[in-house]
Design a protein. Structure first.
Length: 201
């Protein structure tokens, strides 16, 4: 499972499982742009999860030297370096079918309150919800809630989506990524081979 797919799956499972234990009705989870088209298709209480930003967490950047592991002389040696900590930022909103009518529904407030309690309770994604590919990585993905967004303007964000402004929960998941430097090693060997052949002509 790819990294982003695994993170989305873990976040979805966390919310689904924890909400199911607290609410009598089922809450649906959807990854989509929270625009007018999405609103018109809401038929049941839903939490919308929208990934809007991916960036390196520079505060966690390390300048440790690259470590080279030589296993054989006939194969490319796997290279390892300090991980790059990447932050994935989401906007979470609650939706109900009554938003398309004049009926006042307090379900949205209940969903947001419960969602906030769940996310604040876990400083990191629980290991039981993680894919095996992420479980092997340390540290586990950290979650940060209610911090300042990376949006230049919240109003412009909703205007761009042609949607009505809604209260939302801002959630950032930060996880280490270990770059595969074998690609760089491959390029180096190819360039060396080209140079050798050129000198032989």
């Amino acid at each position: 499972m790819l990294l982003l797919e695994a993170l989305n799956s873990a976040l979805q499972t966390l919310i689904e499982q924890e909400m199911q234990n607290k609410l009598e009705q089922k809450i649906y989870i959807q990854f989509a742009s929270p625009n007018k088209q999405f609103q018109s298709k809401v038929e049941k209480p839903t939490v919308n999860i929208f990934l809007y930003d991916i960036r390196e967490n520079l505060e966690l950047r390390s300048h440790k030297s690259v470590t080279v592991r030589d296993y054989t002389r006939t194969e490319f040696a796997p290279l390892q370096m300090s991980p790059i900590h990447v932050s994935f930022s989401y906007i979470l909103t609650a939706w109900t079918p009554s938003e398309n009518t004049t009926v006042i529904d307090t379900t949205i407030d209940k969903i947001l309150s419960l969602l906030l309690n769940i996310l604040l309770f876990y400083p990191e994604l629980p290991e039981k919800y993680l894919d095996e590919s992420i479980k092997a990585t340390r540290p586990l993905p950290k979650m940060q809630i209610l911090h300042q967004t990376y949006l230049q303007s919240v109003g412009e964000f909703w205007h761009a989506l042609e949607g009505q402004p809604k209260p939302f929960i801002h959630c950032t998941i930060t996880t280490p990524i270990y770059p595969d430097l074998s690609y760089g090693q491959l390029v180096t060997n190819v360039m060396s081979d080209i140079t050798f052949k050129a000198e032989s002509l």
